[in-house]
Design a binder for this molecule. Structure first.
Ligand code: NAD
Length: 496
């Protein structure tokens, strides 16, 4: 009998009030039931927010360096439990162990970065225009933060949101993806073991349409941070706009790698395999378009196709596996839908294109690494986020055309260019309309201490990671202290 997991609400592990659960299964082997998780309802969410308000009153008065100390201990525990967490994550999400170890490492880096920010969290002291008067700012906590996370980075994305939110003195209600609930369960256990006061964090499992939207709509949750698809982000954005909430949206991508005729093709080959097929293409930063200069197109694409065909599909917990399964059957059907679109549009299949045969992979949601050439800029295959191991190759004749194709999609997360010409590299940094551009590296590989996010339909102007995220989770308070003993009028008394 599989274990039934609980929510963490008001300082206790509790069952959902409606008694409903959903199953969490291993995408590499659907007969492997990891556990049953609460299919919570509005009443659970209400209780969590009530408790988080109490948690906020306590936590906001805790000095920021002391809040940072808790996060340092969280980082230490993540280091100790790295292997256990990576294994649990691969079992529920499917990506290979090397990648889930990287996912934990991102959480570790985020914890230690946030811990040290507890001793900074700078404001400004600014000269006043008036004598005997000081002007300064500091960063204040906001309140209860509602965090909604996707399936593809089961640990890293929750930590990107939770750790800066907590460091700034807010309390947290997190609703993790229903596809990967176990990892956040383990993370909350770690936060509690590290000494976080229990009511400062609340974990409510369940579905987006029920408990996720209840969190977004709750009047006592002034801050929402969401990572997921652009379609869901649009729904959340409408509610938050109406309710005047502070909202961070990190959404979809259709990222491209440009390979110029002067590129190091060996390097670009390693980059495209990692960018397109790592995480089975299920990264917001995955390379789903390859824009290649016509002079190197045929020979480069032939090498990409051979190498993609040689990738070994399998259970991510086995050493020899290069590429794991998709997250669920629905995701695999979505990929198959785009195989149909590619055929309709006359793209040329050069490798992959179907489910793998054979018994070994029969009980998981596997799909072959797939490459199409002859993909037209502006076609659906080239424009829409597939979120699977499908690479579309667009042939171009110049840098200008490559930049135009890169920019011609509605998304704007990440881009990359392979070139040995320093001028072309810097032009790309200037021209490519994305939140992140890599030179001679694939579209994936963000580091935790730099801002992360995209433009256009990928985001709404905020960034996760780095120093900018602390601004999202805190409010600027401006303080004036007049010690002149007289009424001094700004804009008037010092200008005749
Ligand atoms: P999703 O939008 O289906 O779900 C994300 C989360 O939103 C889940 O927790 C889900 O339960 C919740 N949700 C769904 N409907 C909701 C609603 N009406 N109200 C509130 N919450 C709701 O996304 P997914 O399939 O888990 O993740 C894949 C998507 O996430 C891709 O589009 C990918 O590009 C994007 N993503 C973006 C980034 C980034 O930083 N830009 C990072 C990772 C993933």
């Amino acid at each position: 009998m599989a274990k039934s997991f609980k929510n963490f609400i008001a300082g206790e592990w509790v069952e959902p009030r409606n008694g409903a659960y959903f199953e969490n299964r291993n995408p590499a082997d659907e007969s492997d039931l990891i556990g049953r998780f609460p299919d919570s309802g509005r009443a659970d969410l209400e209780a969590a927010v009530r408790s988080a308000r109490r948690g906020f009153e306590l936590w906001r008065r805790t000095p920021a360096p002391a809040r940072g100390d808790v996060l340092r201990r969280v980082g230490d525990l993540l280091v100790q439990q790295k292997e256990k967490l990576a294994d649990a994550m691969t079992r529920e999400m499917g990506k290979v162990l090397a990648e889930t170890r990287g996912d934990v490492q991102e959480g570790i880096d985020t914890a230690f970065y946030a811990a040290t920010e507890g001793r900074r969290l700078f404001g400004h002291v600014v000269p006043s225009e008036l004598a005997n008067k000081w002007a300064m700012t500091y960063r204040r906590p906001i309140g209860v933060t509602g965090l909604i996370t996707p399936f593809n980075f089961p640990l890293a994305i929750p930590t990107w949101k939770m750790f800066p939110a907590l460091l700034c003195g807010n309390s947290v209600v997190i609703k993790p993806s229903e596809d990967v609930p176990h990892t956040v369960h383990l993370l909350v256990e770690i936060l509690l073991e590290a000494g976080l006061p229990p009511e400062v964090v609340q974990l409510v499992h369940g579905r987006g349409e029920s408990v996720g939207s209840a969190l977004v709509e709750h009047p006592d949750v002034p801050v929402i941070s969401f990572t997921g698809s652009t379609a869901t982000g649009a729904i959340i954005g409408e509610t938050c706009g109406r309710m005047h909430k502070r909202l961070s949206l990190e959404m979809g991508g259709k990222n491209a790698m440009i390979v110029m005729d002067d590129a190091d093709l060996d390097l670009a080959l390693d980059g495209i395999l990692w960018g397109a097929f790592g995480t089975t293409g299920q990264r917001c930063t995955a390379t789903s378009r390859l824009i290649v200069h016509r002079k190197v197109h045929d020979r480069f694409v032939a090498r990409v196709a051979d190498a993609a065909a040689a990738l070994r599909l399998g259970d991510g917990r086995q050493d020899k596996t290069d590429v794991g399964p998709l997250i669920h059957e629905e995701a695999r059907r979505k990929v198959e839908h785009y195989i149909g679109v590619a055929e309709e549009q006359g793209a040329e299949l050069v490798t992959g294109g179907k489910r793998p045969g054979g018994k070994r992979l029969g009980s998981g949601y596997f799909f072959q690494p797939t490459v199409y050439t002859g993909v037209k800029a502006g076609s659906r295959l080239e424009q829409e986020e597939i979120f699977g191991p499908v690479l579309s190759v667009v042939r171009v004749g110049s840098y200008e055309e490559a930049a135009r194709v890169n920019n011609g999609v509605k998304y704007g997360l990440s881009s990359s260019i392979y070139t040995s010409n320093v001028n072309t590299a810097f032009r790309a940094l200037q021209d490519l309309d994305n939140g992140i551009t890599y030179v001679n590296a694939p579209t994936i590989g963000a580091e935790a201490h730099l801002p992360f996010g995209g433009v256009k339909a990928t985001g709404n102007g905020h960034r996760e990671g780095g120093w900018e995220v602390f601004e999202f989770y805190s409010e600027t308070k401006v303080c004036y202290v007049d010690f002149s003993g007289a009424l001094q009028r700004a804009q008037i008394d010092n200008y005749d």
